[in-house]
Design a protein around this ligand. Structure first.
Ligand SMILES: O=C(O)c1cc(=O)[nH]c(=O)n1[C@@H]1O[C@H](COP(=O)(O)O)[C@@H](O)[C@H]1O
Length: 234
């Protein structure tokens, strides 16, 4: 049976008023919000904390550094109480294990964020992978990084919709798969490379989809969010 998929709205803006307006759309349609580098660097952590009040937030800062630095950074994020947090799988197993340890040490039980390892960015295609010395396909690279990250202590993975069915086959039904690279048609002309529609991502087995511009740049963002929620519920 195909399970329902949740929607996470990416608040990619430098404007706190705009972020609050989009967050209200997420509240009205029961979605989680994602706060990333753009908002955090432009507006600071006090603004992040304000947005987080009364809401579950996915704090997407994609940490990628030596183990000690990532562990210390995670300790500094505990006051924001994110529900989800991202690190880059490419940081390797020691970095991921240090991130796991830091989450367990610095967050109260019941308030621990889901620690997500970003596998291969959805903006990368085969040519981009080749250019950084990786000759396997995105599918193979995502599985390799995904297995390593879960073994090292990640709770779930970020991958493109194009890998979801393959990961489900190899990693099982229970692993949390958070999936950006969502477009309303399955061909696009922007920075995303490995994309699918919301309905296709649900069918493939995504736990959550992350959607930014298809909602935030829509003529009527709230109507588009509602439409996508419907697609995700089958
Ligand atoms: O970790 C992420 O959320 C992420 C990983 C990835 O591989 N690709 C990706 O697009 N994202 C994020 O997902 C969101 C996608 O936004 P749109 O392309 O506007 O729908 C952005 O906030 C990205 O930072």
């Amino acid at each position: 049976m195909v399970k329902n998929t949740g929607l996470i709205l990416a608040l990619d803006t430098k404007d706190p008023a705009q972020a609050e307006q989009w967050a209200k759309i997420a509240d009205a349609t029961g979605q989680m919000i994602k706060i990333g580098m753009e908002f955090t660097y432009a507006c600071g952590f006090d603004a992040v904390a304000r947005l987080a009040q009364g809401r579950k937030i996915f704090l997407d800062l994609k940490l990628h550094d030596i183990p000690n630095t990532v562990a210390s950074a995670i300790a500094s994020l505990a006051s924001v109480k994110p529900a989800m947090l991202t690190i880059h799988a490419l940081g390797g197993k020691d970095m991921i294990a240090a991130a796991r340890k830091s989450v367990d040490a610095n967050f109260l039980s019941g308030q621990k964020p889901i620690l997500l390892a970003v596998t291969v960015l959805t903006s990368m295609n085969q040519e981009n992978l080749n250019s950084i010395g990786i000759s396997v396909t995105p599918l193979e690279q995502v599985l390799l990084l995904g297995k390593m990250a879960l073994a090292a202590g990640a709770d779930g993975l970020v991958c493109s919709p194009q890998e979801v069915a393959y990961l489900r086959e190899h990693l099982g039904e229970d692993v949390v798969l958070v999936v950006p690279g969502i477009r309303m048609q399955d061909a696009v002309a922007d920075d995303q490379q490995r994309v699918m529609t919301p309905a296709q991502a649900r069918q493939a087995g995504a736990s959550w989809v992350v959607v930014g511009r298809p909602i935030t740049k829509a003529v009527d963002p709230e109507a588009m969010a509602k439409h996508i929620v419907q697609e995700l519920q089958g």
